[in-house]
Design a protein around this ligand. Structure first.
Ligand SMILES: Nc1nc2c(ncn2[C@@H]2O[C@H](COP(=O)(O)OP(=O)(O)O)[C@@H](O)[C@H]2O)c(=O)[nH]1
Ligand SMILES: [Mg+2]
Length: 341
């Protein structure tokens, strides 16, 4: 099966919603219903994916302590009675060193022109530096008068004094622009997430529901499966190997009502990395497979037979055609929408 074919298993993941029948139809939203896109942007590793997952109440985007975990734009849809927020989780804005990095930064900055609200996430544990300056520059360039909310994350790890110091530094980088509002949060503990949500909703325009309420993400099941496998590989691997890993799901077959067969390829850049992933007597790939299988079974609510393979594609991160084949397709450059509200 090729990757372009539609697969019966490629259904949007439904939200756990026991009282689905009780909610209004999309055209039947209450007065004052707000909706739109919130682009979550910032440096790598500040907690963007953690924040989106926290709002959605489930893991839609993979998370790891290693920078550059998120590689593509991932939409997560939060449907409430008073509004619908489409979060756009993005790769971290950084100074790219290869084609994959260029793709990731394009993915991130490309989310700005389509956003109704820009949410800049800042990590309070790291002193603002060149990367924050770079993010500020891009926001100033692309904001076009839209609401900008800054959330200072990881508040659980720092003192109030440090939070204030870094906040002032961030505001200075943004000058002469000012944020519409700001908030100190912890995506991990949930601190102030309700208040931030109110802020986001207040700054979205009035509008209808764009997506059915049971839809939590626009990713296909097989994309999520590939990401889960990549997350487990990231989790068990050290040093530079994670950056060289890509995952392709090449078979996804329902064998019976409660058994799914999945075959996936872990792509790396060097033979030595392949050896590391396989591990002594295949121990490492077994660990990755086991952890991934458990999570995929929970996601699909079915038993899973997971077949993992490892393949070397020399320097794939530097080659545009390889990137495309692995699903990292450079977006066509869009003209910037100038909007004033
Ligand atoms: N202590 C703490 N850790 C956090 C918080 N938010 C995220 N993290 C951690 O920061 C790391 C990077 O998170 P991730 O969501 O992948 O960052 P992203 O690259 O911006 O998407 C992970 O290890 C998270 O568990 C927070 O509010 N407090
Ligand atoms: Mg992320």
């Amino acid at each position: 099966m090729t990757h372009d074919e539609q697969h019966p298993a490629d259904q949007p993941i439904p939200a756990p919603s026991p009282e689905a029948d009780a909610s209004p139809a999309p055209w039947d939203v209450p007065p004052g219903h707000r909706s739109g896109f919130v682009a979550i942007v910032g440096r790598p590793n500040v907690g963007k994916s953690t924040l989106m997952n926290a709002y959605l109440g489930q893991k839609v985007a993979i998370v790891s302590p290693k920078p550059q975990t998120t590689r593509t734009r991932i939409r997560g849809i939060l449907t409430l009675d008073r509004g619908q927020i489409i979060f756009v989780d993005t790769p971290g804005i950084h100074f790219p060193k290869d084609k994959l990095g260029e793709f990731m930064v394009e993915e991130a900055t490309g989310a700005l022109p389509d956003a109704d609200v820009i949410l800049w996430l800042v990590d309070l544990t790291r002193p603002p530096g060149p990367e924050e300056q770079h993010v500020a520059h891009i926001i100033k360039r692309d904001r076009a008068g839209r609401p900008l909310i800054i959330a200072f994350n990881k508040r659980d790890l720092v003192t109030g004094e440090q939070a204030q110091l870094y906040r002032t530094a961030i505001f200075r980088l943004l000058e002469p622009e000012k944020p519409t509002a700001w908030m100190e949060i912890s995506a991990l503990t949930g601190h102030n997430l309700d208040k931030l949500l109110d802020l986001l909703l207040d700054n979205l325009p009035e509008g209808p529901r764009y997506f059915p309420e049971e839809m939590v993400t626009d990713q296909q099941e097989r994309d999520i499966v590939a990401e889960i496998i990549r997350e487990k590989a990231l989790h068990f691997l050290q040093e530079e190997v994670p950056y060289s890993v890509a995952v392709l799901v090449d078979e996804f077959k329902e064998r019976s009502d409660d058994l799914v067969y999945i075959s996936a390829i872990i792509v790396v850049e060097r033979k030595t990395q392949k050896m590391i992933i396989l591990g002594e007597k295949g121990r490492m790939i077994k660990k990755i497979g086991q952890a991934a299988r458990e999570e995929i079974e929970a996601l699909l609510g079915k038993r899973v037979y997971l077949d993992l393979w490892v393949k070397v594609k020399h320097k794939w991160r530097k080659k545009e055609d390889e990137l495309r084949r692995l699903g990292y397709r450079m977006p066509k450059k869009k003209r910037k929408r100038k909007r004033k509200r």
